[in-house]
Design a protein around this ligand. Structure first.
Ligand code: BGC
Length: 751
């Protein structure tokens, strides 16, 4: 008697069991019919049917794959010229056709197509390869670094710039970018502050959403969109001492209220992938962290995309001291929730063995593979594996792309100081353009400039010549970016003597920020400071233009300048926006997304520190405790006058909404855009909260002589609550303050 017959005999004993049996058989029939329809025949498998639902295609394909084929899907290797000097990858002549993903640092669609053809035609199942690269602030049309973008406080223009990057990338064979970086960062010594959106969790969250929407559009299957990757999950920005790749000490409370929010926002916006960081989070490395990767990301937030490790971060679990062998590192990473292994090849080496000896359940392998395949289907790679091979001039640097880059660079530029209205400068003034940055092209691109080329960048000098056709412009380099050679100083002084105004172009080279590019001090090198000090002795107005990838320490040189303009690393449009600001063609509207300390010794210094026991004490003995330029600082050529904050109620329940508005008048004589930042303060709470927290911002153009109303509609659960150390959103009754500039209003929240 077969077990089925035995079961039947037992079940036949009662009518109840009969009914139950019929139900079971019915369910079995459905399952069998679904499975058979998914498997169909090998001539027209479900996974190749573009009309079948994605989940059915994924299931069907998984059902056909061998363990080895599955492991390849979880493996990513680099191909082509590796432009990341920190990752000595290499040319890969022989990429197996089963390979899951390639970091494609080439820009030729034909080469991608050839590789893809190999995958489609030479592998048993014809699974397309997923091509990725670091398109951080543009592919060819390089736009400002992310830190600059954040200073625009204009998520819509950031979204447009990411959409441009997506178009240039997809048409060159890239399906997936390792961007945006949404690591909240409060230590400007850390070189990677250039890659993120500054010190505030809410700002990072808003720009996280904007970038994801820009890259991914409404449909990943569209040929103009690419998959985004939120990185570096999570807390990488807390690197101790501002050094890269090191330990981070993050309490659960801070993890939840500071570092996780931009990731959660990006996940909710539909980000396709997430990258697990290199760093260690309070003793558990980010790439072996079951809590953050599985419990929070996949279970609590329901993320159904996939997690890619950072470069070699699986293997690095060994140097981080949590794995004694490659095998153990692999087991820890995949068990924690890392789905795809970037670069080190450890999954390829070890996963089969881990499955065989039972250490890794097949279910986890299948889960990881499903996540990767899902994205390949979403990107329509199975249905449209090749990209059109369009000539470069039709793909890159199109006029409409450059317009977006230019607008973003204009809005990212921050006028930090403008004593006696030195700026704008009359179109006829004679100008001395001095400094190592003046004729630079390469160093205006910033780090991670993908396929951006120096030859496409407009230098400050060139832009100034075009902007000031009627002015006498003379130039001297003065000195190099660093070193001790002052022989150029005398020429610089001579040139300055002959001009009415000195435009001094100083800053940091590209390589001083970005990955593995920390600095122990954030001041300009002594030689640049000395050049400025010497020039200031001539008593001519000095307009300082700064090009850099982090906030700088300007305490010593700021008093010698009449005007200071922070132009960050603006990308291909280079000097154009700043020249427009100097001439007055553009009215600056950027505001800082990261605090400029008075001195490096103040770090970490950020606006939203938690409330402290003795608010008036704890000062430095030797220097001010205040920053030089605070978060949201930025000037305009016009003046804005803020009215009073008006709340439509002073008391609300937890489910009611409240509207506060403020009228802002442009009392100057030219139009200007103003950003209003709305902060919340909760003076008494179960958890000590920051002195104030940004909860909303808005930028509006205000015509000269007119007033605009800015409005903040408060939803208590969204805007007044905090998140506790378990990730629960808590809303407590009591008093709250809402502030804008130096105005504030008190509201009461009742049960
Ligand atoms: C960086 C990542 C980057 C990856 C691939 C790593 O070194 O930390 O941000 O996406 O390399 O180039």
């Amino acid at each position: 008697m077969t077990s089925m017959q035995l079961n039947r005999k037992l079940l036949n004993r009662s009518g109840f069991y009969k009914g139950f049996l019929i139900l079971v058989i019915f369910i079995l029939l459905i399952v069998v019919s679904c499975t058979s329809s998914e498997n169909r025949d090998d001539e027209s498998p479900v996974y190749k049917d573009k009309n079948a639902p994605i989940e059915s295609r994924v299931r069907d394909l998984i059902g056909r794959m061998t363990i080895e084929e599955k492991i390849y899907q979880l493996t990513q290797v680099a191909f082509g010229k590796n432009m990341n000097i920190n990752n000595i990858g290499g040319e890969m002549d022989k990429i197996p056709p089963e390979m899951g993903s390639i970091i494609y640092v080439n820009q030729d669609p034909a080469v991608r197509n050839a590789l893809q053809k190999k995958a489609i035609e030479d592998s048993r199942l014809g699974i397309p390869i997923l091509f990725a690269n670091d398109i951080i602030h543009g592919f060819k049309t390089i736009y400002p670094i992310s830190l600059g973008q954040a200073c625009s406080w204009n998520p819509e223009i950031v979204k447009q710039a990411c959409a441009v990057a997506a178009k240039e990338s997809r048409s060159s064979g890239i399906d997936w970018t390792f961007s945006p970086m949404v690591d909240v960062a409060r230590d400007p010594r850390w070189g990677r502050v250039a890659e993120g959106y500054g010190e505030d969790p809410y700002a990072n969250a808003v720009f996280s959403i904007a970038s994801v929407q820009g890259y991914q559009g409404d449909d990943l299957g569209d040929e103009n969109t690419i998959a985004a990757c939120l990185k570096h999950y999570v807390g990488y920005g807390a690197s101790e001492g501002g050094r890269d790749y090191v330990y981070t000490e993050i309490s659960k409370q801070t993890l939840w209220d500071t570092y996780l929010p931009p990731f959660e926002a990006g996940v909710n916006a539909g980000a396709a992938t997430i990258m697990s960081g290199f760093h260690d989070i309070s003793g558990v490395p980010a790439s072996a962290n079951y809590y953050t990767l599985t419990e929070v990301l996949k279970e609590k937030w329901g993320f159904n995309g996939f997690v890619v490790s950072d470069w070699n971060s699986v293997k690095q679990l060994r140097s981080q001291g949590v794995a004694g062998s490659d095998r153990e590192a692999t087991l820890k990473a995949i068990t924690a929730g890392v789905d795809m292994d970037m670069a080190d090849g450890l999954y390829l080496e070890n996963v089969a063995e881990l499955i065989k000896d039972g250490s890794l359940p097949v279910a986890r392998l299948d889960d990881a593979v499903s996540r990767v395949l899902r994205l390949k289907f979403q990107l329509a790679l199975f249905d449209r594996p090749y990209v059109l091979e369009v000539p470069e001039e039709e793909r890159y640097l199109l006029p409409e792309y450059l317009l977006v880059a230019e607008k973003l660079a204009e809005e990212s530029t921050v006028l930090l100081k403008n004593e006696h209205k030195t700026l704008p400068i009359s179109k006829k003034a004679s100008l001395a353009i001095i400094g190592p940055m003046a004729k630079e092209q390469e160093n205006l691109l910033g780090s991670w400039s993908a396929h951006g080329e120096a030859k496409d960048v407009i230098s400050i000098y060139e832009a100034m010549q075009q902007e000031f056709p009627d002015s006498k412009i003379i130039y001297a380099k003065g000195c190099d970016f660093e070193g001790i050679d002052k022989t150029g100083f005398s020429e610089a002084l001579n040139v300055a003597r002959k001009a009415e105004i000195v435009v001094l172009c100083l800053g940091e080279k590209n390589s001083w920020s970005g990955e593995n590019a920390s600095r122990s001090t954030i001041s300009l090198p002594e030689i640049q400071e000395d050049l400025l000090t010497e020039l200031s002795r001539l008593n001519k107005p000095i307009v300082l233009l700064l090009t850099n990838g982090r906030p700088l320490e300007l305490g010593r040189i700021e008093p010698h300048c009449q005007s200071i303009v922070e132009m960050w690393q603006p990308g291909v449009v280079g000097g154009n926006p700043v020249a427009g600001i100097i001439s007055g063609r553009i009215n600056p509207s950027g505001k800082l997304a990261m605090t400029f300390p008075f001195a490096t010794g103040q770090i970490p210094i950020y606006y939203n520190m938690r409330q402290q026991g003795r608010p008036r004490s704890g000062k430095y003995q030797d220097i001010t405790t205040e920053p030089l330029f605070e978060f949201t600082h930025g000037l305009s050529y016009t003046s804005f006058k803020y009215g009073e904050l008006k709340a439509d109620k002073d008391t609300i329940t937890k489910t009611e909404k409240l509207v506060i508005d403020i009228s802002v008048s442009n009392i100057g004589d030219r139009d200007g855009a103003e950003v209003v930042h709305w902060f919340v303060t909760d003076p008494v709470s179960t958890v000590s909260r920051p002195v104030k927290e940004l909860r909303y911002f808005e930028k509006q153009m205000i015509r000269a002589g007119q007033a605009n109303v800015f409005r903040f509609e408060i939803d208590p659960m969204r805007d007044l609550s905090y998140v506790d150390e378990l990730g629960n959103r808590m809303l407590e009754s009591g008093e709250y303050y809402i502030s804008v500039n130096n105005k504030k209003v008190k509201i009461s929240l009742i049960d």
